[in-house]
Design a protein around this ligand. Sequence first.
Ligand SMILES: C=CC1=C(C)c2cc3[nH]c(cc4nc(cc5[nH]c(cc1n2)c(C)c5CCC(=O)O)C(CCC(=O)O)=C4C)c(C)c3C=C
Ligand SMILES: [Fe+2]
Length: 474
Amino acid sequence: MEATALSAGFNPLLKRKGYKFPRSCSLRNSMSLVRCNSKDLSFGLNKRNPQGSIAINHRGLSFKTNAFEQAHSVAGDCSFDEDTTAKTRSHVAEDKIGVLLLNLGGPETLNDVQPFLYNLFADPDIIRLPRPFQFLQGTIAKFISVVRAPKSKEGYAAIGGGSPLRKITDEQADAIQMALQAKNIAANVYVGMRYWYPFTEEAVQQIKKDKITRLVVLPLYPQYSISTTGSSIRVLQDLFRKDPYLAGVPVAIIQSWYQRRGYVNSMADLIEKELQNFSDSKEVMIFFSAHGVPVSYVENSGDPYQKQMEECIDLIMKELKARGVYNNHILAYQSRVGPVQWLKPYTDEVLVDLGKNGVKSLLAVPVSFVSEHIETLEEIDMEYRELALESGIENWGRVPALGLTESFITDLADAVIESLPSAEAMSNPNAVVSEDSESSDAFSYIVKMFFGSILAFLLLLSPKMIDAFRNHII
Ligand SMILES: C=CC1=C(C)c2cc3[nH]c(cc4nc(cc5[nH]c(cc1n2)c(C)c5CCC(=O)O)C(CCC(=O)O)=C4C)c(C)c3C=C
Ligand SMILES: [Fe+2]
């Protein structure tokens, strides 16, 4: 896991601070620190419960923890040194802790689809225009969102008329809050979406209202990409810099967590379980399908997404091998949009090739996201399944998203706890992004803007471009 304080975290490539955290921590907090509704919580130390276990039941979810086990080590991999443990303890005692889950957001009704797409394409981390053309971002976003909306609406209509992302993320927030309570950490867990309600701005307002004094930011993307975690953190940075209260709140950002044991093991559990549904389980091709990003992100902007994705798959496969599962596997990228090159190989092309090459059984594993969403429920379950069956694959399976899997939620709670001591206030709230010297030449700027606008509109209106945005299905 990489956790960085807010001031260090916004450009992981340039400003990595080099924090190193253990995979688990030892906590010696008093149980009296647990604050929650007594109906939801029971614990005690008596003859019937000599381990001092704590059971929490809340909205149908339940967690158990062992107070004594916690007192020594949560998972036993390794533990914080005395100093870090003492710091964690003092934060828990003195601070009002908040956890902000960052996610993408999704349209809840078909009427939301076009404005949701507008928000997405208006994000300069999604459509990255050269500086002289950035004033066109809103217009281009409007244009693409209108062109793409009908196709997108079909997809959302096929999964029940809207994205399930808000509901699932709220449930994950509740579950993480309870898992933290089970580990003697009282925290408020907030959800901040990038492109739809509840927006990150709303969550941040609530954090301020609640007078949170220490914040952990946990993006719900296992791997870091400029287009996902990077984009959300940029928004957060702007909000924190502008506000004197927030600028002083110590913040820790967990940039990526695909390498955590709890995550890797939970993924391996799901894959192992799903393999059992095949009669020829040893012959099944494990097909990891990740959301793509344009190649330029990786090659020109240093996006670590592809490297992290490959490492993530290696870790999961190593874990499976350690369990005696030796299936073949492959990684491909799905969901490309627009006319540029995306990370290869493309999921649809690989499925066709595998079918041609005689693969008969295939287990699809969505790996870049931890909730069910349009790309698992529509793109994988419907479109790719159909394509695979047409291409000669006879047995198809799909691993569910991690969602509320207990071992996974518990591990995220551990990640939060481990990052608490590293939280730091923004060190330089007045820092402003330096102006590009290019724009100082006013005349050349105006000329570029004028011809740029004409060129951009000609390009955008070309039939090839319209088709690329309309038909590359997400
Ligand atoms: C790690 C996950 C994701 C990456 C990386 C990512 C990059 C990325 N996405 C688009 C364009 C679209 N994404 C859309 C939906 C969508 N994207 C992700 C995740 C990642 N995106 C999720 C989980 C979702 C679904 C949300 C939901 O409603 O359930 C869409 C809209 C869907 C559609 O039109 O059909 C678009 C468009 C780009 C351009 C990009 C990288 C630059
Ligand atoms: Fe996306």
